[in-house]
Ligand binder design. Structure first.
Ligand SMILES: *Cc1c(COP(=O)(O)O)cnc(C)c1O
Length: 410
């Protein structure tokens, strides 16, 4: 008899977005004329920059000619893209990352899950609470946890609450942890980390021989130069951190798929046999075996975002969503709602009014305002009493949503 990976049975059945879908469907079935506005799932809405689509069209023409045809590409990504990333995202900003430390992929979700392939199964893992659910579920699938408790917290993980009480800055774990997931600008809270906060984590990782998994998917939304865009701006980070970045949110690639991971050559660990092993080499081995590279057309498109026009268009796209975020922030504040985030991230994290639970507020907003957001408790127990609104929408929908939101809470 064959067996399954029974760790999957421990998962909380991806309950958040299916549950939202179920409640929205029940509502729209009962109210077929309601024009529901969705500010829930973090998917982009605006079309791709033309510098990107033009580059993709030219790449398709390349593929239509024998002389410029491309078959399998390098598993690590084409150098035209790795060079552009290294130059624009790092070196021009004074950050030491070279092109051969960049591994291009088809998404950060896959990268943050796949990276577990090269890590051991007995690491002590810390995550913030609330958190992007992928970090938790991939560790559950890999058998790194025990079962979940009634709050949905998995035995064996170290949860670091981030709430208004600690200003969304997690305390360092009291015990020694081996792997720490950090995401800044943060999904779901929309908050950012200062240089001092990140230095504290890098120092902790140095002292404890821990690994920081740094998810910078929302880096493009940072508008203040004093806020770090990369963990590698922090002294000592090259020995303790992996950085994940994605084109999904910055240039609207959620459906096109392109991302990258940065693994510095200094990141090394001693194996149980005593050999010092480079994570860069291990990941290279893993990718060469299990991955055949992101598509040529897609990588050409991503490289289009680094041309002068592409950079300008990316900025306009980011500015568009950040104007939505500002409208949401200020609109909610004007009716007395306490909001966080939304200044360097396309998410606004609000405190539910009148002490409502996250799900009760969800139901209220849906039934009275025909609005869909995401209950904070779906991202972790410490998200209870909070609610996430996404700025990824048309200006018109954001404005209509705000009017409806105000009429619900006033
Ligand atoms: C959207 C998002 C990503 C990007 O994932 P892709 O697979 O590259 O689309 C990564 N991390 C977080 C926290 C996200 O919200």
């Amino acid at each position: 008899m064959f067996r399954i990976n029974e760790n999957y049975l421990k998962l909380k059945a991806g309950y958040l977005f299916p549950e939202i879908g179920r409640r929205v469907k029940a509502f729209t079935d009962a109210n077929p004329d309601a024009q529901v506005i969705r500010l829930g799932i973090g998917d982009v809405t605006e079309p791709l920059p033309t510098a990107v689509t033009d580059a993709m069209k030219a790449a398709i023409d390349d593929l239509s000619n024998r002389d410029s045809f491309h078959g399998y590409g390098p598993e690590q990504g084409y150098s035209f893209l790795r060079d552009a990333i290294a130059a624009h995202d790092y070196q021009n900003r004074g950050v030491n990352v070279s092109a051969d430390e960049i591994f291009v992929s088809d998404g950060s979700k896959c990268d943050t899950g796949n990276i577990l392939d090269i890590l051991g199964s007995d690491n002590k893992i810390a995550i913030t609470d609330p958190v992007y659910p992928v970090y938790v579920d991939t560790n559950v699938m890999a058998g790194h946890t025990g079962p979940a408790d009634a709050n949905g917290r998995f035995d064996g993980l170290v949860y670091l609450p981030v709430t208004a009480e600690n200003n969304f800055v997690a305390d360092l774990p009291s015990e020694s942890v081996d792997i720490i997931y950090l995401c800044y600008p943060n999904n779901p809270t929309g908050t950012v980390a200062t240089r001092e906060t990140l230095q504290k984590w890098v120092d902790y990782a140095q002292q404890n021989n821990s690994l920081i998994m740094y998810d910078a998917a929302y880096e493009a939304f940072i508008s203040d130069d004093s806020i770090p865009r990369s963990i590698f701006e922090i002294e000592g980070a090259r020995e303790v951190a992996i950085e994940f970045r994605s084109f999904s949110k910055s240039i609207g690639f959620t459906g096109v798929r392109c991302a990258f991971a940065v693994i510095p050559t200094e990141l090394k660990v001693t194996a149980s046999c005593g050999t010092v092993v480079s994570l860069h080499q291990l990941w290279n081995r893993r990718q060469s075996t299990k991955f055949n590279g992101a598509s040529y057309v897609v990588q050409r498109g991503a490289a289009g975002a680094y041309t002068p026009e592409g950079r300008q268009q990316m900025k306009s796209l980011v500015d568009f969503y950040m104007t939505n975020a500002k409208l949401l922030r200020e609109g909610l504040q004007s009716v007395g709602i306490t909001v966080f985030g939304g200044e360097h991230a396309p998410y606004v994290w609000l405190q539910t009014p009148n002490g409502l639970s996250s799900w009760d507020f969800f139901d209220l907003l849906l039934s009275k305002g025909h609005l869909v957001g995401t209950p904070g408790s779906g991202f972790g127990a410490a998200g209870e009493g909070y609610f996430r609104l996404s700025a990824f929408n048309s200006r018109e929908n954001v404005k209509t949503a705000l009017e409806r939101f105000k009429s619900v809470v006033q």
